[in-house]
Design a protein around this ligand. Structure first.
Ligand code: WA2
Length: 281
């Protein structure tokens, strides 16, 4: 094959891939900022106002009406930090018990109804969801610290004060791999150089957004007329020797491959977009 043609093919693939990666990264960044702003909203109107100006109805309506500002997210929710000493009072006040997240038996996922869930076993503290966007109302009352991925994310979010991302995992009520983004909400104006311990002690709750990656990336790429030309995969490459395919088909080698870097704002997680032509030249 003519060398000039090969070169041009390479360049075309690189341009298409970089453009798509940039789009995905930009949209993710936009929604991350908006989720951060929601955490500030909860802090201002729920925790700093007495009585609170936010209840489930207000939160549900507001987050539904502003969903367009959070591209790629499938829903947002707020989990309150409840120490064990306050559990009984909290449950009495709300009229429901804190539930345990069930993830073992995926057949139960279809009828994942709060009433069927077991109470959370005794722990030092809990993170029950008290407010949710309608799209994720199935997580209300569930202790987010009882799920491994959510728990790690919560601990990292409150120690760092930054937006943190989980590895890809199977979200509740979804058949797909997704990720959760979490921001901690604090009680006092913390200095920017606050220690992890100061942050931990000042933590009031956790604002989180879930991303159903395959369906949301599909929607995004669909807007571009390229589906006949290239195949796109999105990988979590945090663990180089065990990359996780978050979006796209199992790979068939058609020769050229271009890799575009993706930065989702959490330096502890690495992501890449891999692009190939559908057909060999
Ligand atoms: N949100 C939606 N679906 C899920 C999920 C989740 N976590 N975990 C498993 N499936 C309220 O970090 C706090 C959201 C957790 C935030």
């Amino acid at each position: 094959l003519n060398q000039g043609i090969v070169l041009r093919r390479k360049e075309t693939l690189a341009n298409m891939c970089d453009e798509r990666a940039r789009m995905l990264q930009d949209q993710f960044n936009v929604s991350m900022n908006q989720v951060h702003a929601l955490a500030v909203l909860v802090s201002t109107f729920h925790h700093e106002k007495h009585p609170s100006a936010i209840d489930q109805k207000t939160f549900g309506e507001y987050t539904e009406r502003t969903a367009f500002e959070r591209p790629l997210t499938s829903g947002v929710a707020y989990a309150l930090r409840v120490p064990h000493s306050k559990r009984e009072q909290f449950e009495k006040q709300n009229g429901w018990t804190i539930k345990k997240m069930e993830t073992e038996d995926q057949t139960v996922v279809q009828d994942y109804i709060q009433e069927n869930l077991d109470p959370a076993p005794v722990h030092d503290e809990y993170a029950p969801v008290i407010f949710s966007q309608e799209t994720v109302s199935h997580i209300v009352s569930i202790d987010m610290m009882s799920g491994k991925d959510d728990r790690e994310n919560i601990l990292r979010a409150r120690a760092s004060g930054k937006g943190v991302l989980t590895s890809p995992f199977k979200l509740l009520k979804s058949q797909n791999l997704g990720v959760v983004l979490t921001f901690a909400v604090y009680s006092t104006q913390l200095p920017p150089d606050a220690t992890p311990e100061q942050r931990m002690n000042a933590t009031l709750g956790y604002l989180g957004a879930s991303y159903d990656v395959p369906s949301l990336v599909e929607k995004l790429l669909h807007q571009l007329a390229s589906k006949q030309t290239i195949v796109v995969n999105v990988y979590d490459t945090t663990n180089r020797s065990a990359q996780i395919n978050m979006y796209g088909p199992d790979v068939i080698d058609t020769g050229l491959l271009h890799i575009s870097n993706l930065d989702f704002g959490d330096p502890t997680r690495k992501h890449e977009m891999h692009c190939r032509f559908k057909q060999k030249p």
